[in-house]
Design a protein. Structure first.
Length: 188
């Protein structure tokens, strides 16, 4: 049986990962307010945003196939780190991640006109201790600017990772096993 769906994300990383699962899909982007709500945990935030993105696709008229939404956030000491606003924000993030273990929380959601299913995946990632020179050089690669937590594990930022416990693909932006499982559950 051929499975076809929509991907409500402009991310080239999510597109490449979803392609690995072998499903046919069309990609589009949605404009969603990603501001956290008062007293919302990182897990609640990413799950709400993944559902919001999927449901926004349905609201835009993408109704003939399920819509997949996803969101990822980096969490350290209970605080969610978004994309760096500027170099100073990035450096502060890297200094917090340096030599510590943090969580990468990725949520996935599928929606159509009658239901929404979602899942949240938490992966522990440990960084080596970073020097000021390494942090500055990494910023100069331009890789961190559009990444949650200021780094990409699949790129140059991977050199800082000493250990990972959980889904590597969730850290990149779309957990393959869990996404496949969610699609199969959704279609039952």
């Amino acid at each position: 049986m051929s499975i076809s769906l929509y991907l409500a994300s402009a991310s080239p990383r999510r597109k490449a990962l979803l392609s690995q699962l072998g499903y046919s899909f069309e990609q589009f982007s949605v404009d969603a307010d990603e501001s956290p709500l008062d007293d919302e945990s990182a897990l609640q935030l990413v799950e709400r945003l993944a559902c919001l993105k999927a449901q926004s696709g349905v609201a835009l008229g993408y109704t003939d196939k399920p819509v997949l939404g996803s969101d990822t956030v980096v969490v350290i000491d209970g605080e969610a780190l978004g994309k760096p606003r500027d170099k100073a924000d990035f450096k502060a993030m890297m200094q917090r991640l340096s030599g510590h273990t943090h969580q990468v929380v990725t949520a996935i959601a599928l929606a159509d006109t009658s239901k929404v299913l979602s899942d949240v995946i938490v992966t522990n990632v440990t960084f080596k201790t970073l020097s000021e020179t390494e942090i500055d050089a990494y910023w100069d690669t331009n890789e961190p600017q559009d990444k949650a937590g200021g780094y990409g594990i699949q790129g140059v930022g991977g050199r800082f990772v000493t250990e990972i416990q959980g889904s590597y693909f969730a850290v990149v932006g779309l957990p393959l096993y869990e996404t496949d499982e969610l699609i199969q559950r959704f279609l039952k």
